[in-house]
Design a protein around this ligand. Sequence first.
Ligand code: TRP
Ligand code: ZN
Length: 880
Amino acid sequence: MRSNQPQTIYLSDYTVPAYLVDHVDLRFELFEDGARVHSTLSIRRNPESARSDASLSLDGDSLSLQGVSLDGRELQASEYELTDDQLVIADVPDAFQLNVVTWIEPQNNTRLEGLYKSSGMFCTQCEAEGFRCITFFPDRPDVMSRFRTRIEADQTAYPVLLSNGNDVDRGELEGGRHFVTWEDPFPKPCYLFALVAGDLVEKRDTFRTCSGRDIDLRMYVEPRNAAKCEHAMDSLKRSMRWDEEVYGREYDLDIFMIVAVDDFNMGAMENKGLNIFNSSCVLASQETATDAAFQRIEAIVAHEYFHNWSGNRVTCRDWFQLSLKEGFTVFRDSQFSADMGSPTVKRIEDVTLLRTAQFAEDAGPMAHPVRPASYMEISNFYTLTIYEKGAEVVRMIHNLLGSEMFRKGSDLYFERHDGQAVTTDDFVRAMEDASGRDLAQFRLWYEQAGTPVLTVSDEFDEAAGIYRLTIRQDIPDTPGQIDKKPQHIPFALGLLGSHGEPLPLRLAPDDQDAPDERVLELTDAEHTFEFHGVDERPVPSLLRHFSAPVRVQYPWTREQLLFLMSHDPDGFNRWDAGQRLTVDVIQSLVGTPKDTPVEPRLVTAYRHLISDSGLDQALVAKMLQLPSEAYLIELSESADVPAIHEARERVLKHLAIALRDELVACYRRNGESGAYEVTPEAVARRSLRNTALSWLLAINDEEARELAVRQFRGADNMTDHMGALRALVNSDYEDDRTEALATFYEQFQDDPQVVELWFSVQASSDRAGQLPQIRELMAHPAFDWKNPNKVRSVVGAFAGQNLAAFHHADGSGYEFLADQVCRLDDSNPQIAARLVTPLTRWRKFAPAYSASMRAALERIRDKKGLSRDVYEVVHKSLAD
Ligand code: TRP
Ligand code: ZN
């Protein structure tokens, strides 16, 4: 595709745009064999630009230019230069109108960037740099314009024509065609532009804002999905209310639209007034969506809605500032989800993702700061670091300032920068100015990559009644960054007495009303804290609520972990202690003979969790999830995946055998109760019964087999349906597995979202997802290379979740993945680059594995015409 070696773009090279575009007038003529795009730009020289020459450069990608005129005069080919990716006009006036006509082929656009077709409808994805695939434009977020968009298409095939803002005109045209004109009163960067044309049904609702304005809410979906909109619509209304109440943010346009499309590279997109969603992130019904999907949809609808302020009204100056909108918006949506459900459970889920996947990214070849200093392909930087670590950084500011000051800071930020394109530094400055706190050292969180390691040691001076805690921080080297400075780390802790009672944290002997939880602020490489008036050695509860995105190392004994598991007043740390204990037990068994005894106290601890129905069941449901293989790999130095897999299975089976009767009782106690709802209690019940089922089937329990078959046949919701299917698929009952998979497909074959679940339950199972079976899935009629969800549910699930199969000792899993990446690279480079991720971690694995992973990467590197997306990931992974 590109013959030249991709260029690196540096933050330090940033300069303001030479020209601004005040107004954009677009006219789309949509046809089956292509689309003609007429664009009229009102351009003027940027008074803030220091550039002296008068040449205008516009970005363009895969465009066929049909004409350019300047102030009404058609330009000759000699008056402009057309390069691979730009249109350059040598000499332009200080202010002028430019008309550009381009021809594009949405029907052949498999990259899903720019204007493309998905199940018969036209739709767009312009973030980050897709607008340049539609027309020539200064495609950078600090150029903000008012857009007016006229869409023309066949009336029968495309009755619904949508763009940003308000519909101001519509009418019929010759030849059975019609048009609608949209006007967006808010200036915006072109990455927020959107267009949709299709035969869609409309679901309407309204929302009255805090100032009494009535907003028209509209969802557009294919007719077959009409019954799957309610949950997203309800989530939208909850989000709108919440943003008013918690952030004082009111919606600004009169219409808010959501569209569902089947082919989409990511989850969803916050285009102004016209959010576009991956179908799997918006459509739900009790029968077809799991609890996890319901919760994900609520969170993503909220996320995109919240972007209207954190992203759209205040946007990014350049793509290095991506976390300005993404980190802040993820923080906002996680606060929202916590408020809508169980805050502890939400925290556990966020931290699980962070520790499993973001920590791995931060320790790998693509490690980058929350505000990167350079990139080759910006699409590769929509990462867990930008999103999840970015959200943790905002959360730390929130915790350092307290919610009141944080709110003052966000108010100031929105007010000061409304309508502007700004930087993460502007965000931090608003927080400083509102609160009076100095965040100078804190800013290092944006600049330094790598997960800080906190090494904690303690000492009890019985005679003096002093408990000393020493905390050292080290930030590991990452590509291009060594010898890092200590960061400002909020460290929440408590101390527990021998009966589990919280001890007052006296930092001085005469500290009278000392609290029993404190947030210590670490700023130096090492600190020692003294706690006074302590008369027995306490058990420390460290980094409560996961108050900073760091690794904590402390020589916990198993006694201490068991103690924290049942006594820590912080629910998050109770869960964390259970995870640490289980990790420790599994790690100690890796590579040992099969009859090595399993820590008996682990059984006692899990028995207590399963049997004591007085405990918070939502928390218990999480505590019963054993640490994943991915997390165990992340924690190891030189991972032997089959050995880790075997040890984890051994522990699971050991627990299931020892707790067999308790599990059956737990299953029965958590049977169905009443109508389906997605409350923390109901979700916990379903999670507990499905966990019990899967553990029991792992040990071939005959009674559980019957329970599973009965649940599979009788389930009235997808969580239980899938729970039973998954348990059967992962069992040794081959006939039941085959039959259940066939019945399930038969029942749901017309529902793409459920078929994706059906693919992934097989592809992620070491029973049903060995390589030959994966190849069969890819030959299945429902598999589609052009649909990213299908690729993710088979190839992504195999390489990302079926780890023992993927890391087969013969290297076949790696070869397979390399083949798929090469194949996808031509059609959809964004998805291809994401699919490479598991291979990029080759340094983490035992030598035999890492050598063949490396070989697979080299094979991808040598493919002809490699996209910039895959090029960057592969080259950085192979660099030493
Ligand atoms: N801004 C989108 C979000 O809400 C991210 C996104 C959606 C995206 N589609 C994309 C990024 C395509 C890159 C390419 O997080
Ligand atoms: Zn986002």
